[in-house]
Design a protein around this ligand. Structure first.
Ligand code: DWN
Ligand code: ZN
Length: 406
């Protein structure tokens, strides 16, 4: 096997077993017809890239029925307004700037540029979410991003001052085609700003649920720096983010036009110290994942033995990895409450736990709720004070399996 980025040989250090498509919530008649793949992971000791060995075809994962809409979280709306303001204040200095977002989903970030009258274009392959953005007045092209799309956009709209992306780059297996596209579309002084879940956080918190079919890479400052250097793009800044349980914002540009922040070398030095490219680190990570699995399964079995009602809270993509890796089905979790209409009335991928609207939870509180959207804990706990008052307990599994509210 070869590294997807630098072509050096790599070996998987761990398998999460047979995993389905994380966002493919099924109807009962689709049982037995699900797509599964062996989810093995590796890190490259040459370029530092953490990656999936096998990834299902993009068309299987992203399509017109894609079940994730970014706008479902209020705090993410606030986050993307702040992201847009950061870009405008720091990098949109030209007279009539043009901003492109790769994987613009339902327009959650670009609508801030639209509101400020800034020229923008979203590039989004999933037709249903792109349509939501268009209805909101956000210019959106329904396409996968690569060199060809970049050249088409440049011919039609001109070069971009900023190319942005959030929780998308880690989904694209051909990072070289993205880098070529970015290099082609960006003005000489332009910037490429993207953020994704950060490998350092995943390893530190044992948040292995960030690993699923869509996330072909988990980035670090080291691996991002290596991946783009052949295209004349260097890291000029890195800014840690609290979103998605710990993310990193990477700012890339051409060195002749930008100063390089000290944040870059500081972060890379921290990664070296932490051993983020070393096999021992991932051997320990594997052991931590196994311990997390044992602890969660034994807690749920114990609650079942005590006849407690346990449900899941939020049918996240991440929950697919947890449920399938830990082999947790409807015998241990009665249903999963989720606010997304497209998921409700369906069954969770692989383990077939029913997904029900939030009203089901609110109208008949369980005794325990497993918080699958632990990354939104602050927002969710603030919204669910009545559940706490009713003596409801929360099960967390990041950074370790624990019960809250007791
Ligand atoms: O990278 C990705 C990230 C950005 O978003 C995608 N591949 C898919 C998605 O991952 P996720 O599904 O793990 O995202 P979230 O934001 O952790 O979870 C969203 C799900 O949680 C939605 O189905 C809605 C649900 N939810 C809920 O039911 N009640 C969310 C909140 C905040 C709530 O209060
Ligand atoms: Zn590599």
């Amino acid at each position: 096997m070869k590294c997807r980025v630098c072509d050096q040989p790599i070996e998987p250090f761990m398998s999460f077993g047979q995993q389905p498509i994380a966002n493919h919530f099924i109807t009962p008649d689709q049982k037995g017809n699900e797509y599964f793949f062996e989810m093995e992971v590796a890190t490259c000791s040459n370029c530092g890239m953490f990656q999936l060995i096998e990834q299902p075809d993009p068309e299987v994962m992203f399509h017109d029925n894609y079940a994730f809409f970014s706008q479902t979280s209020k705090s993410m709306q606030v986050h993307f307004k702040a992201f847009a303001d950061y870009v405008t204040e720091n990098y949109l200095k030209s007279e009539d700037p043009f901003v492109v977002e790769v994987g613009s989903n339902d327009g959650i970030m670009l609508r801030n540029f639209k509101n400020d009258g800034i020229r923008h274009l979203g590039i989004e392959p999933s037709g249903n979410v792109a349509e939501v953005a268009r209805k909101d007045g956000v210019e959106t092209l329904c396409a996968f991003f690569g060199e060809d799309t970049a050249n088409d956009v440049k011919a039609k709209h001109g070069a971009a001052d900023a190319i942005l992306s959030a929780n998308v780059m880690c989904h694209i297996p051909d990072i070289h085609s993205v880098a070529k596209g970015v290099a082609a579309l960006l003005k000489p002084e332009g910037v490429f700003v993207f953020e994704d879940p950060y490998l350092g956080d995943v390893v530190q918190k044992t948040s292995y649920d960030q690993i699923y079919d869509e996330h072909v890479f988990l980035f670090s400052a080291t691996s991002v720096g290596n991946a783009f250097k052949d295209y004349g793009l260097v890291l000029i800044d890195v800014l840690p983010q609290v979103t998605h349980g710990g993310s990193m914002r990477y700012v890339l540009g051409r060195p002749e036009h930008h100063e390089i922040s000290e944040n870059v070398s500081r972060q890379q030095a921290w990664e070296d110290e932490m051993g983020l490219a070393k096999p021992e680190t991932f051997e320990k990570f594997k052991q931590n994942c196994e311990k997390s699995r044992e602890d969660l399964v034994s807690l749920l079995k114990d609650l079942k033995a005590k006849n407690k009602r346990v449900v899941g809270y939020a049918a996240t993509s991440k929950s697919t990895t947890v449920l399938n890796y830990c082999d947790i089905g409807p015998d241990l979790i009665e249903y999963i409450s989720d606010t997304t209409p497209e998921k409700q009335g369906k069954l969770s991928p692989g383990k077939h736990i029913p997904v029900k609207p939030h009203a089901e939870f609110a109208n008949n509180y369980p005794e325990y709720a497993v918080l699958f959207a632990w990354n939104h804990a602050k927002e969710i706990r603030a919204n669910e004070t009545k559940y706490d008052e009713a003596n409801g307990k929360w099960v967390y599994f990041v950074p370790e399996v624990s019960i809250h509210g007791e």
